[in-house]
Design a binder for this molecule. Structure first.
Ligand code: 3PY
Ligand code: MG
Length: 268
């Protein structure tokens, strides 16, 4: 069994972990994040282009690059959460968790009995975490994280209940959706003051409940703010935006040739 600390150990000890974020379903992209030094990489099956087959190959590629493996599932797809942990995801992020029931159902899909009802055969997860089946069974519930996304006003209202779910390890805040629901659809403002206050409130309640707090960040200032609010898992760096920025920078270097187009930048 590996003596390298698991993502869960790092976060529980208070260590900050920055995760890259991948939408493009190409295994080498997250591997490049890992080789560049990202401690974790998240593959996005909610808003990204990954399907299950791509995800399986990509989780192995992230392990090859030496980073921790995180996956975000589509809304409500707890069956896929179970399949992705089997394939080696160390942390599952479930979007749009708005109630105690949704939090319970998600966390139960990620944990073995008695904490949950995950079904047995983690052959790939055991391989990627360098454990025998027996070791894996003994450690899986502690080493595999279930994080519920808090990203609506409804979720904020239900947060105290959600945080009572024992098998849920923590939350992951989605500031874009949060800003949309807090403004009743009027504004997308993930970095605004109102959203930031809501994030601080969520972090404070989550830490008080003894759970882990993570958040999606769109720039380095947000990472710093989030860290001081108590978040420890922070995304920063999205593959589509990297490519967009790099392509523009490269093209500008040869702008002296004339006629270099500069279309609208990609958002997230
Ligand atoms: C949000 O900010 O709403 C997210 O889900 C980030 O992907
Ligand atoms: Mg969201």
């Amino acid at each position: 069994m590996t003596d390298k600390p698991f993502l869960a150990d790092k976060l529980r000890s208070g260590q900050a972990v920055v995760t890259g974020w991948s939408l493009l379903s190409e295994p080498m992209v997250p591997e490049l994040f890992a080789r560049a030094g990202y401690e974790a990489v998240t593959i996005d099956l909610q808003h990204g282009m990954y399907d299950f087959d791509d995800a399986c190959t990509t989780l192995a590629a992230i392990a090859l690059g030496g980073a921790h493996r995180i996956a975000r599932i589509p809304v409500g797809d707890n069956a896929l959460a179970g399949r992705l942990v089997d394939m080696g995801a160390e942390c599952l992020i479930a979007p749009m968790i708005n109630s105690l029931k949704e939090a319970e159902e998600f966390a139960r899909a990620v944990k073995y009995p008695p904490e949950g009802e995950r079904s047995w055969s983690p052959f790939r997860a055991a391989m990627l975490s360098e454990q025998t089946s027996d070791q894996y069974l003994k450690n899986a519930n502690r080493q595999t994280l279930a994080l519920a996304m808090i990203e609506t006003e409804e979720a904020m209202d239900a947060l105290d209940d959600i945080l009572t779910v024992d098998s849920l390890d923590g939350v992951f805040v989605g500031p874009s959706d949060l800003s949309l629901t807090l403004s009743k659809g009027a504004a997308l403002d993930p970095n605004g003051a109102r959203t930031s206050e809501a994030c601080a409130d969520i972090a404070q309640k989550t830490l008080a409940a003894g759970k882990l707090a993570g958040i999606f960040c769109l720039n380095a200032d947000k990472v710093e703010e989030a860290y001081h609010q108590g978040f420890r898992l922070m995304s920063h760096g999205i593959d589509t935006i990297f490519l967009d920025h790099s392509a523009r920078t490269c093209l500008r270097e040869v702008a002296w040739l004339g006629d270099v187009k500069d279309g609208p930048a990609t958002g997230y």
